[in-house]
Design a protein around this ligand. Sequence first.
Ligand SMILES: NC(=O)c1ccc[n+]([C@@H]2O[C@H](COP(=O)([O-])OP(=O)(O)OC[C@H]3O[C@@H](n4cnc5c(N)ncnc54)[C@H](O)[C@@H]3O)[C@@H](O)[C@H]2O)c1
Length: 268
Amino acid sequence: MNLTDRVVVITGGAGGIGTALGRRFAAEGAAAVVLADLAADAARAAAEAIGPVASGAGLDVTDEAAVRALVEETERRHGRIDLFCANAGVATGGGIYAPDADWDRAWRVNVLGHLHSARAVLPGMLSRGQGHLLLTCSAAGVLTAVGDAPYTATKHAAVGFAEWLAITYRDAGIRVSALCPQGVDTPMLADGLAEGHLGARVIAASGTILTPDQVADAVVAGLAEERFLILPHPEVADYARRRAEDPDGWQAGLRKLVRKLRASFPQS
Ligand SMILES: NC(=O)c1ccc[n+]([C@@H]2O[C@H](COP(=O)([O-])OP(=O)(O)OC[C@H]3O[C@@H](n4cnc5c(N)ncnc54)[C@H](O)[C@@H]3O)[C@@H](O)[C@H]2O)c1
């Protein structure tokens, strides 16, 4: 897919990766870019900064009726949705004793948010025999987010769901991509690094921290090639291969890195 004249919706569009995608799609000539986010005012401000092609809207992706209403409103105003980026996501931190409310929120945003998006947008795409769904998952969905069990479990579920969609709907003309970045310089990671969280430090030690604009570059290239797995950090492909070939060796290496980081920053 190229972006010229495309109608695009981006959830989690108020900042970080979502806004960078919107900015880049507008620069590529998109006909309309809708930034939808729980933070409605920030989504509107981000859209205003992009220009008249963009608009902002309030949206909670855990509310299926609201996702459906946004899709219907966009189709009514712009005639269709060519590309839907289900990008909203949350990292709660915590392990097995993270509060149930955190596990529930991670599941509802990181997994059910994608399901609600697919249910809402696929009927229109299927009736036209074309459309592209981009699900922002994470490298945590093909590897592990040290220090965040709910994130790891739900991002793995998101990658599994994206693959299921890709296999099921490809012959009906629908393309699906799973965006799996590692560290990206957004508040989600910057706050963790500032507070010295172990998980954030593992991410920083495992590869380059990209800007959201660099992630948007990788997305535009991945969409042009209609690639399923979009990996802005190429090293993630190598890590995933090593993990698949030798799971025990991979885990031993990761444990060694965690021990080293813990020793140099005991309070994390
Ligand atoms: N920053 C990273 O290092 C990194 C790495 C891999 C994947 N990701 C993923 O990228 C996506 C974007 O994150 P980001 O890094 O730009 O961080 P971010 O926190 O800036 O963006 C996430 C956005 O999602 C919105 N959101 C949260 N819950 C929502 C809900 N219920 N409904 C609608 N919007 C909601 C937030 O308001 C926020 O604007 C997320 O899915 C995240 O998991 C981030």
